[in-house]
Design a protein around this ligand. Structure first.
Ligand SMILES: [Zn+2]
Ligand SMILES: [Zn+2]
Length: 92
């Protein structure tokens, strides 16, 4: 998946929006709360992953190939990002 700078994303639910990055676990977890760890302090650069990804990231110490394979990030729109945040923030 290619991400272009200043690009927009066409979300099936929300239309043309700003893209945001989450890990595959958040989008795949339907009923589970997997945690929500935001890893960018820049409000224009929305990126987050779940608690398991955070754990592996800390173990690996970097965004290694192993980490990237596990994380398998997905691009969502900023509205979807906000709702994932709400849904997965509970336990952490
Ligand atoms: Zn994850
Ligand atoms: Zn959306």
């Amino acid at each position: 998946m290619k991400i272009e700078e200043k690009s927009s994303i066409r979300c099936g639910t929300h239309g043309t929006r700003t893209p945001a990055i989450v890990c595959c676990h958040m989008t795949q977890a339907k009923d589970l709360v997997v945690g929500f760890v935001e890893n960018s302090s820049d409000p224009d650069d929305l990126q987050a992953w779940c608690a398991a990804c955070e754990q592996l990231y800390l173990e690996e110490g970097d965004k290694t190939e192993r980490f990237k394979a596990f994380n398998d990030f997905k691009v969502v729109c900023d509205f979807c990002y906000a709702s994932l945040k709400e849904r997965h923030s509970d336990t952490v």
